[in-house]
Design a protein around this ligand. Structure first.
Ligand code: PMP
Length: 404
C-alpha cells in the first residue's frame, strides 16, 4: 500500500474550503476530525435507501437497517480485536466512561480506591468524582513528569488491596504522551483492579489490540476517528460487561418486563437502551472500514514527520513553550506563546486560515500541573501536508511578532 496525502485529502470535501480568504489549514483533529466522502455517503445512502428503526421490525427496511447497524458493530470489533458482543455503542467516550462508573458505583464502598492520572481528560475524572462525592471512594492521581511521561514508579506504589479500578488515557489529548497501557494493566491486574482505558486519541493514530493489552474496558469516540458525532463505543471484556449492571433503562435493553419485575438482555444490548444513533453507527462503521483500508503505518509515520517538521521550524523560537515532549509521543503540539493568551493566539492564527484549539482542553488538573491556565494546541491528522506544517510555522511566527 502506498501513502499519497493528496489522494487522501481529495476524499475530504471540507478541506478544499477557504477560511478568511486563505486555504483552510485544519490542525484541530484531536478535538474532532473531518469526514471522508465514504462516511458522508454511507450515511446519506442509509437515509435515502435503507432506513428504519433497528431490532424491532419484521419488514425489509427494519431488517436491512438492523443488518447495517450490526455490521458496524462487527467493524468496530475487528478494528480493536474484540468480539462482537464486547462492543457497546455509546454516544461517545464520555458516555462510555460514565456507563462504567455508574455500573461499578453500585458495588463500590467508601474507602475503595480509583487510580487515575494527572493527564486525564475531564471525561475520565468527573464520573469518578461523582463516586467520591456519593460513596466516599478515594481518588488517587498518578503524577506526570516534566517531559509529559507518566510516573510509572509512583503508580506502582499507589496500587493497594483497596484499588478497584485504574483509569488511564492511552494517548493524552494535550501532551500527546502514549502511556504504557499493557504494563499499567499487568500491574493493576496483579493488584486485583480492573482497567479502563480512554482510547479517544490513540485509536485514531495507532493499531489497538484490546486482547493484547488485556484491558477490561476501552472507550472511544467516533468523531475523532473520521466518523460522525453522537456515536462512540465501549469495549468491555465479556466477563467485565456481564458483571456490570445496566446504565440506563428503556426499550431494547430488557429480557422481559412485567408490572412486578424486569430481567435484562445480555450485553451489549443491556447497555443500549432506547433507539440508538443508527445513522451515526453506520457512519462510524464506514469510517473504520475506510481507515482499515489505508496504510496506517505510513499514516502514523507521516503524522510524526509533520510534528517533527514543525518542531524543527520552531527550533529557534525562544518565545515558545511546548507542553510534553515524552519519547514516542503522538503528533499533538500543545504550546504557549510568551506574552500572548492562547485564545488570542488561536484567533490570530485563524486569520491565516489555521484552525487550532485553545483553552484547558478539558484537562484542568494537567494545566495546573504545568503551571499554565491554558494552551494552544495543533494536532496533526492523516490529511495534513508538509506545506501546511510550514504554513503553520510561518503563521505562528507572525502571530508572535504581532504580540511582541
Ligand atoms: N478523552 C480524551 C482523551 C479526549 O480527547 C476526549 C475528547 N476531547 C474525550 C475523552 C471526550 O470525548 P467525547 O467528548 O467525544 O465524549
Amino acid at each position: 500500500m502506498s501513502f499519497d496525502v493528496e489522494s487522501l485529502r481529495a476524499q475530504f470535501p471540507i478541506l478544499s474550503r477557504q477560511v478568511n480568504g486563505k486555504p483552510l489549514i485544519y490542525l484541530d483533529s484531536a478535538a474532532s476530525a473531518q469526514k471522508p466522502r465514504a462516511v458522508i455517503e454511507a450515511m446519506t445512502r442509509a437515509m435515502e435507501h435503507a432506513y428504519a428503526n433497528v431490532h424491532r421490525g419484521l419488514h425489509t427496511l427494519a431488517n436491512e437497517t438492523t443488518e447495517a447497524y450490526e455490521q458496524a458493530r462487527k467493524s468496530l470489533a475487528r478494528f480493536i480485536n474484540a468480539a462482537e458482543g464486547e462492543i457497546v455503542f455509546t454516544k461517545g467516550a464520555t458516555e462510555a466512561i460514565n456507563l462504567v462508573a455508574a455500573g461499578l458505583g453500585q458495588s463500590l464502598k467508601a474507602g475503595d480506591e480509583i487510580v487515575l492520572t494527572e493527564m486525564e481528560h475531564h471525561a475520565n475524572i468527573v464520573p469518578w468524582h461523582f463516586l467520591r462525592e456519593r460513596l466516599g471512594v478515594v481518588l488517587k492521581f498518578v503524577p506526570v513528569h516534566d517531559d509529559g511521561a507518566l510516573a510509572i514508579d509512583a503508580y506502582r506504589h499507589m496500587l493497594t488491596e483497596r484499588t478497584r479500578l485504574v483509569g488511564v488515557s492511552h494517548m493524552s489529548n494535550v501532551l500527546g504522551t502514549v502511556n504504557p497501557v499493557a504494563e499499567i494493566t499487568r500491574l493493576a491486574h496483579a493488584a486485583g483492579a480492573l482497567v479502563l482505558v480512554d482510547g479517544c486519541q490513540s485509536v485514531v493514530h495507532m493499531p489497538v489490540d484490546v486482547k493484547a493489552l488485556d484491558v477490561d474496558f476501552y472507550a472511544f469516540s467516533g468523531h475523532k476517528l473520521y466518523g460522525p458525532t453522537g456515536i462512540g463505543a465501549l469495549y468491555g471484556k465479556a466477563e467485565a460487561l456481564a458483571a456490570l449492571p445496566p446504565y440506563q433503562g428503556g426499550g431494547e435493553m430488557i429480557g422481559s418486563v412485567s408490572l412486578e419485575a424486569i430481567t435484562y438482555a445480555d450485553p451489549p444490548h443491556r447497555f443500549e437502551a432506547g433507539t440508538p444513533a443508527i445513522l451515526e453507527a453506520i457512519g462510524l462503521g464506514a469510517a473504520i472500514e475506510w481507515l482499515m483500508a489505508q496504510d496506517r503505518e505510513a499514516i502514523a509515520a507521516h503524522e510524526h514527520r509533520l510534528y517533527a517538521r514543525v518542531r524543527e521550524g520552531l527550533a529557534g523560537a525562544n518565545w515558545l513553550k511546548v507542553l510534553g515532549e515524552a519519547p514516542g509521543k503522538g503528533a499533538i503540539l500543545s504550546f504557549t506563546v510568551d506574552g500572548a493568551h492562547a485564545h488570542d493566539v488561536a484567533q490570530i492564527l485563524d486569520r491565516y486560515g489555521v484552525a487550532v484549539r485553545a483553552g484547558t482542553h478539558c484537562a484542568e488538573p494537567l494545566m495546573r500541573r504545568f503551571g499554565v491556565t491554558s494552551s494552544a494546541r495543533a494536532s496533526f491528522a492523516l490529511y495534513n501536508t508538509e506545506a501546511e506544517a510550514d504554513a503553520f510555522v510561518e503563521a505562528l511566527t507572525r502571530t508572535q511578532a504581532f504580540f511582541a
